[in-house]
Write a protein of this length. Structure first.
Length: 185
């Protein structure tokens, strides 16, 4: 019996580790691909602003309530981090990001973050710096609501699979050790 438990604990540790690796890989893929539309939007808008196009020509005029909508949105900030134009609204206001993000972007040129301006609002956000006649920053974002639902679904599925595999391996181990102990007698 002690031998059975020792071997099964090794199997359980291996199954648990593999389940964690699978979840982490899938979760990271879901989260990283959530950035793709915003990367394209931010780069295109930054290029247009660098070329001198007016802000009103590159920021969508339709307002997006980021607490309710899945639509992508854009905010353009001046070089000091003050909002100049926005298609995003939160509680009727243009949402702002922490000024430290602008400092980081000044050093690296870009930042890709999960932004949570209030407890029930999470967005995948890209912030780029642009040059040109009026340098500043472009933020492009969109809600993570659907991505997080997928992550929760994957977690549930993998948890059920993990429990099932642990049960099956325990049962198989008991059967194998039962047969082995009978053959030894």
């Amino acid at each position: 019996m002690k031998t059975l438990i020792k071997y099964w604990i090794l199997i359980a540790i291996t199954v648990t580790g593999l389940s964690g690796l699978i979840y982490t890989g899938i979760q990271q893929d879901l989260r990283q691909t959530a950035n793709d539309p915003q990367i394209q939007m931010a780069e295109d808008i930054a290029a247009k602003l660098t070329d001198g196009q007016p802000i009103q020509n590159v920021v969508p005029s339709e307002k997006v309530d980021i607490a309710k909508s899945l639509a992508p949105y854009v905010i353009v900030f001046d070089a000091a981090g003050k909002p100049l134009a926005s298609s995003a609204q939160l509680n009727g206001q243009i949402p702002t990001i922490p000024l430290g993000i602008f400092d980081y972007v000044k050093q690296s040129g870009e930042d890709r973050i999960t932004w949570q301006p209030q407890s029930d609002v999470r967005s995948a956000v890209i912030v780029l710096q642009f040059q040109g006649p009026n340098p500043g920053f472009v933020l492009a974002g969109r809600s993570l609501r659907e991505v997080e639902k997928r992550e929760d679904g994957i977690m549930l599925l993998l948890s059920l699979g993990w429990i099932s595999v642990l049960f099956v391996t325990l049962l198989a181990s008991a059967i194998i050790f039962g047969i082995t102990s009978k053959e030894q007698k």
